[in-house]
Design a protein around this ligand. Structure first.
Ligand code: ASP
Length: 440
């Protein structure tokens, strides 16, 4: 029998009725044997995700404001008891909530606190389906550097082989210190991928609230075209650049085993969704661009120095400056006598930009340093670009026709993407212009 792993995201776990609908989806296919769940997410716009409430609880405990913690935890209690009432079964949810509250108050830590949404949601789904609950700490392990421990897949295979079906909480595992540790936000997608790899699933289904990937953000272009299939590489480029249907790191566990991912819509289960595969089966002649995504708030620092090209170690010295402060860069376009570093604004807060400029001045004595703030990066992604002559000419012509000034250009060496830097204010129009050129 084939094994499918299904991961249900926060909106698919948001209320008792939606959880019942998700359970129906799982039960409609006997191959859907391992289920990974997120914490209850938003039911409507303006609602608060359980995970966000839990992080608020952690902040309140850390600052010693126990009255505020009790109030916030009370909101979480209401969310879960409402879910239990809607499901119409005694799931002993108050016992689980009491245990979590006591542990948090006795110093279990921030990650433990944040993980309880998934823990309780998985307990609920396991009871609804009447299948065993397996805690993620039993096999998802992190190493000393916070990365996924190599032993995870083997351990996962061993632990999960004891079950023909199971429900597993997403988002966390066990840290090297023996305590609960979470992935980064949205990391339930990575947990689903880890489970899929551990049981060598034939398919990893990621159930969410959209019917897959669209060529670009529907908030920017009205009803953009749907993408039936993406490769792992295309997915990584698009999700890293802001297409947030799936966590950008979720391909890593399944990639080496070539397990395909399917994005499915819990609210429209009959929709085909988007498949994410190792090698594209699409006819390259039929499309040039697969998707377009943009991310705002970057800064570019450009250093200019005569004869920079012959100065050995110039770039290395500049990179040492940012490395010292634990800062990574997104792009490094360079000319004969210039080099630029494009850095996420997140790294440059609280005077860090000024510190870097001064240290770069001292390290390499450039003739000039220019800073360009508030840049958006827009990535046009697709394996088809490498095979279709004139793609970049079409792209830049489309941007010039709508008067968009391009500050930076970077074409990945695999010819999988063309990234342009534009002003933040031009980001949406840039995406629209590229979409119109290639899809209208
Ligand atoms: N609940 C976590 C979050 O909100 C993880 C997830 O949903 O995947 O980030």
């Amino acid at each position: 029998m084939a094994i499918k792993v299904c991961k249900f995201g926060g909106t698919s776990m948001a209320s008792g009725n939606i959880i019942l609908a998700a359970a129906k989806i799982i039960e409609s296919d006997q191959d859907r044997r391992f289920v990974v769940v997120s914490a209850p997410g938003k039911r409507f716009s303006g609602d608060i995700k359980v995970t966000d409430l839990l992080y608020k609880c952690a902040d309140e405990v850390e600052s010693g404001d126990i009255a505020a913690f009790k109030e916030t935890f009370g909101k979480i209690r209401v969310r879960f008891t409402n879910i239990e009432a809607e499901i119409g079964k005694d799931l002993h949810i108050n016992d689980g909530l009491d245990e979590a509250e006591n542990e948090i108050l006795s110093g279990a830590g921030r990650d433990y606190c944040a993980s309880r949404g998934e823990f309780l949601a998985a307990k609920i789904m396991a009871a609804v389906l009447d299948v065993p609950f397996v805690d993620a700490t039993e096999f998802i392990r992190f190493d000393e550097n916070g990365g996924l421990d190599k032993a995870t897949f083997e351990l996962g295979a061993k632990v999960l082989s004891k079950y023909s079906r199971a429900v597993i909480p997403g988002f966390y595992g066990l840290g090297a210190d023996g305590k609960v540790k979470t992935f980064s936000r949205g990391g339930g997608d990575i947990s689903g991928s880890v489970v899929a790899r551990s049981v060598m699933a034939s398919l990893y289904e990621n159930w969410t609230d959209v019917s897959g990937f669209y060529v670009c953000d529907p908030r920017i272009v009205n009803s953009p075209k749907w993408i039936p299939e993406l490769t792992y590489q295309e997915l990584r480029e698009l999700s890293y650049m802001g297409a947030n249907v799936l966590h950008s790191e979720s391909i890593f566990p399944v990639r080496s085993a070539g397990i395909p991912i399917r994005i499915c819509n819990t609210f429209k289960p009959e929709d085909a969704g988007t498949y994410i595969v190792k090698n594209s089966t699409r006819d390259i002649r039929g499309y040039v661009v697969t998707g377009i995504a943009g991310k705002k708030d970057f800064t570019s620092i450009t250093l200019e120095k005569s004869l920079m090209n012959s100065e050995v170690g110039f770039v290395q010295k500049v990179l040492a400056v940012i490395g010292r402060h634990g800062i990574s860069f997104e792009h490094l376009p360079s000319g004969i006598d210039t080099m630029s570093l494009v850095i996420d604004n997140e790294f440059l807060k609280n005077g860090m930009l000024e510190t870097l400029l001064q240290e770069m001045q001292e390290a390499v004595h450039p003739d000039k340093i220019y800073v360009h703030e508030n840049i958006a990066l827009v990535a046009t992604v697709g394996h088809g670009m490498a095979k279709n002559v004139g793609t970049s000419a079409r792209l830049f012509k489309a941007l010039s026709e709508v008067g968009i000034n391009v500050n930076m250009i970077d074409q990945g060496s695999s010819e999988l993407n063309i990234i342009v830097g534009v002003d933040n204010a031009d980001c949406a129009n840039c995406i629209k212009a590229i979409y119109n050129e290639f899809f209208n």
